[in-house]
Design a protein around this ligand. Sequence first.
Ligand code: SF4
Length: 92
Amino acid sequence: MQCQTVLPGSECTFWNKNGCTFEGSSCQIIVPDCEGCERVVEGTIGNVCSVAPSPAKKWAVNICNFATHRKVEAKVVEQRINPLKASKRGGR
Ligand code: SF4
């Protein structure tokens, strides 16, 4: 249904016939880490995120996985090769 408070007219999965079902009955404003993200939109309570109702939670553990301005650096995982299996493969 469409939000009628913070982002009036925007489709939102948290809005139902009883209103906003998200904790606190509202989206929360962005956190400093969100500055520069393309998903920041202006709501009736200030700048909010268009995809995550609680930006602080998105940044609580790591980089927000929806962020457009910062990405998690891909870690190259070194593959350990079992020397015994490698020698068997080499023998073929
Ligand atoms: S997608 Fe993540 S970084 Fe971007 S505004 Fe939303 S919570 Fe902030």
